[in-house]
Design a protein around this ligand. Structure first.
Ligand code: XMP
Length: 326
């Protein structure tokens, strides 16, 4: 259980039965380790932290304290889904923090992508630390570390960045998924009863829409981005592309162009569609979205989202482009 190396003989979890056996075994192990103590978890709503939360709720119930920080850079409906599923359906001990203003005030006027990422990461640690200090008797910190995180880094997820917590806030780690690959985590998540859409969710960067609202983030452009992205996701769901395409999203540059509406010239932003397929995110190819679908998405975004007057499709593979725009 403490080893960070996956034993050669460990069977790959490929069926609900194998997932159930894994869950039963982990529940016993977690109960034995945690006892009556409390466990803290940063619940982003991503696949890994959601599966860890569902597993720990089964194992230790209300001894788990989930903290969901809404940094204001979530996609449309994501924080609401976390509250609905974990707060209501699973009746978890969930602390919801709407830190939108805090983040957006700190990010105002900041255009460098590195600086934006560093502000978003540092603010997360600050908020998480503040919450941890308010709670009594927490001894454990649960994390959604999975096996690729261990192989590719030192085992700490860059965007969770718990390595940044101060020395007096040292917790013992609970990492029940640390020997699993992503496909196994998904099967375990489904067996735990999490919704398919949550368990098979496309990857979403830790800094969220912050790195898709290009350059210095403004609230109006961020709002337009969130709405346009929701339309893209809706249309991909509707025509079956969501099941097939690895990652798809909208980015909006800090640039306006001239358009015309109701016979009048006006300036608006351009929404960039990105839709790529990849195995490991090191290289990626662009999905061939059929033209009628592109036309429909363009039509909806320009009609329904205030401030957007153009939609363009990014046809650049990785390399030479990266998947994200910044
Ligand atoms: P790039 O843009 O480098 O992206 O081709 C490769 C994959 O990584 C995701 N990505 C991030 N994930 N924090 C994250 O957690 C980040 O700062 C970050 N930047 C890129 C990106 O969405 C893609 O899946």
């Amino acid at each position: 259980m403490n080893s960070n190396k996956r034993p050669e003989a460990m069977q790959r979890i490929t069926t609900p039965e194998l997932a159930k056996a894994f869950i039963d075994e982990q529940i016993q192990a977690i109960r034995a380790e945690v006892g009556e103590k409390k466990v803290l978890l940063a619940l982003s709503g991503g696949v890994d932290s959601s599966v860890v939360a569902a597993l720990l709720i089964k194992a230790v119930g209300k001894q788990l304290v989930c903290v969901h920080v809404n940094h204001g850079l979530m996609r449309k409906g994501e924080s609401e889904q976390v509250i609905e599923i974990f707060g209501k359906e699973l009746d978890a001990n969930l602390i919801y923090i709407d830190a939108t203003d805090r983040y957006l005030d700190k990010l105002a006027g900041v255009s460098s992508p590195e600086e934006k990422r560093s502000i978003i990461g540092a603010e997360f640690i600050r908020i998480f630390e503040e919450e941890a200090r308010k709670l009594d008797g927490i001894e454990f910190l649960a994390q959604g570390t999975i096996y690729p995180d261990i192989i590719e880094s030192d085992g700490v997820k860059a965007h969770h960045n718990v390595g940044g917590l101060p020395a007096d806030l040292q917790f013992r780690l609970v990492e029940p998924l640390k020997l699993l690959y992503k496909d196994e985590v998904r099967i375990v998540g489904e067996e735990l009863g999490l919704p398919h859409a949550m368990v098979y969710r496309q990857p979403f960067p830790g800094p969220g829409l912050g790195v898709r609202c290009l350059g210095a983030i403004t609230r109006d452009r961020l709002h337009a981005l969130r709405e346009a992205d929701a339309i893209l996701r809706e249309e991909f769901d509707r025509c079956g592309l969501a099941e097939r395409v690895w990652q798809y999203f909208i980015a909006i540059p800090d640039l306006k162009s001239v358009g015309v509406r109701d016979g009048k010239r006006y300036e608006g932003w351009a929404a960039i569609i990105r839709a790529v397929n990849t195995v490991d995110a090191m290289t990626a190819t662009v999905e061939d979205i059929p033209y009628p679908i592109l036309h429909r998405i363009t039509d909806r975004i320009t009609k329904e989202v205030e401030g957007i007057n153009r939609v363009v499709y990014d046809l650049t593979p990785k390399p030479v482009g990266t998947i994200e725009w910044e």
